[in-house]
Write a protein that binds this ligand. Structure first.
Ligand SMILES: C[S@@+](CC[C@H](N)C(=O)[O-])C[C@H]1O[C@@H](n2cnc3c(N)ncnc32)[C@H](O)[C@@H]1O
Length: 242
């Protein structure tokens, strides 16, 4: 799998066929024989760099049918839950599969990710996206997670769905001692309800936070935070079974 990046930094997934953009077209034979690091030229002389996509490139370009969790939030989730190679993760819902891809990429060949999705159309898109990146350690289950989590001895249960509290009891049975539950919720009311239920089912180390990211603009004129930023994505809640 290869992507090409134009002079503006715009990325495209390419297939072995003629490529067209507002910068002109690249011939099929040039695409076919290109390899990582090459520079391809369109008929207008515009340059495109050939690259093997990493997980962020791939998620940016894959088919998406619902909102995905941004790197700023997934970075905090993986760091706070000490996620690592060989671990077992359960998540719900899958959506288009972005978080499943991040988790699968981190736990690696010796780990596994099971992702529950209630909508068949989303489950199918996610399966296609996961296979497209070549991950074999991620399984998508077309199932309502409220019917129970079957997996046991799990290191992390991650919930990105409207009523995460419905899954807390089941998550408590699924997690190993020391394992984490993490949830992503856009509304503070969801966080309050989740805390109550987490306490009821014996979770410890409850913590909620919001990750606010401010990018810096570096220009000849001066350096300062960008004028526009993402104001809010979601609150992250963490809890542990001890
Ligand atoms: C916002 S999306 C998840 C996005 C995903 N975390 C990502 O970053 O790509 C929420 C998903 O949860 C699914 N969902 C909602 N309730 C569910 C349930 N009870 N069981 C399984 N999936 C559920 C929805 O269909 C939707 O696809």
């Amino acid at each position: 799998m290869r992507i090409i990046i134009d002079e503006r930094g715009k990325k495209y997934l390419i297939k072995n066929e003629e490529f067209h953009s507002d910068f002109g077209f690249i011939k099929k034979e040039d695409i076919e024989k290109s390899k990582e690091g090459d520079v391809l030229k369109t008929h207008m002389g515009r340059e495109f760099k050939v690259l093997k996509p990493n997980i962020n490139d791939y998620i940016d370009l894959m088919e998406r049918k619902c909102s995905i969790i941004l790197p700023k939030d997934i970075g905090v989730v993986t760091a706070y839950t000490a996620l690592g190679s060989g671990q077992r993760v359960v998540e719900a819902g899958t959506g288009s599969g972005a978080t499943a891809l991040y988790f699968g990429n981190i736990v690696g060949k010796n780990g596994e990710v099971t992702s529950y999705e209630i909508r068949e159309d989303f489950a199918q898109i996610a399966e296609k996206n996961i296979a497209g990146f070549g991950l074999e350690n991620v399984q998508v289950k077309f199932q309502d997670v409220k019917d129970g989590i079957q997996e046991r001895d799990v290191d992390l249960v991650f919930l990105d769905l409207p009523k995460p509290w419905d899954v807390v009891e089941s998550a408590a049975q699924s997690l190993k001692i020391g394992g984490y539950l993490a949830a992503y919720n856009p509304y503070i009311e969801q966080v309050l309800t989740l805390h109550k239920v987490l306490k009821k089912f014996g979770f410890s180390d409850l913590k909620s936070l919001e990750c606010i990211l401010r990018e810096i603009e570096v220009k000849n004129k001066g350096t300062r935070p960008k004028t526009r930023m993402v104001g809010h994505t979601g609150y992250l809640t963490f809890a542990r079974i001890l």
